[in-house]
Ligand binder design. Sequence first.
Ligand code: DGL
Length: 278
Amino acid sequence: MTTVGHRRPTVGRVRINAPIGIFDSGFGGLTVARAIVDLLPDEDIIYLGDTARTPYGPRPIAEVREFTLECLDWLVGQGVKALVIACNTASSAALRDARERYDIPVIEVILPAARKAATISRNGKVGVICTQGTANSRSYDDALVASRAKLFTQPCPRFVDFVEAGITSGVELLEVATDYLTPLKDEGVDTLILGCTHYPLLSGVVSLVMGEEVTLVSSSDESARAAYALLTRRNLVRTEPHVATRRFVTTGDPKAFEGLGRRLMGGFVSGIESLHLD
Ligand code: DGL
């Protein structure tokens, strides 16, 4: 296992034409990558999924922090102009370290989703479903502390396993979802944050169980909007016409990544590269 020290990789002068680096423990961040591509189609991206070590959710926060910084170091070494931590668990564990460590903008998923939920909730009861790691970190509690919203947190550890196995429907998933979500329904939440970037792929079953009166807020969509806003404000959006290059890199099996990636996300995912972190 590589030990990540306090070295601060630098990228020199930020280049407007450099790619955006997007990171997740596995497939979930692809929902963020796709949302970013929808908003910023001219941008090159490099997506890194640490599928060899997924899931991050059940791991201790210190370990998630170490893995995250190791992956972000690699992306920074590729010369990216901005980092998107497209994972709630990794954002909870390593956001502050990453902001201190790198000289480029670091965008995360939690604050944008929390802000949106606090704004749109009518009764002030906001639910968040997330990994155990995100729940333990209480990062959504922190993000909502200044709002009038009351937060109800429900870890849904098995959801990531379903997504990583390519299962987004079926009786077993419906039963598990009903067990996880019924307490939130009983509390009367009117807004539910999908506080894990894997969960937009399960929004069908989540919305089926919660009912139409509950509004779902995707941390993936909100973080893509945050990336758009930050890059635009800092004048880091490409200006000349360009056919974007999209690199997808996995620490796991590239064939398996491509197979599942294409099933879940269609032709958006192709040409997977393999990365060995030692
Ligand atoms: N996609 C990650 C998140 O947003 C979690 C997946 C995992 O447990 O590795 O929290």
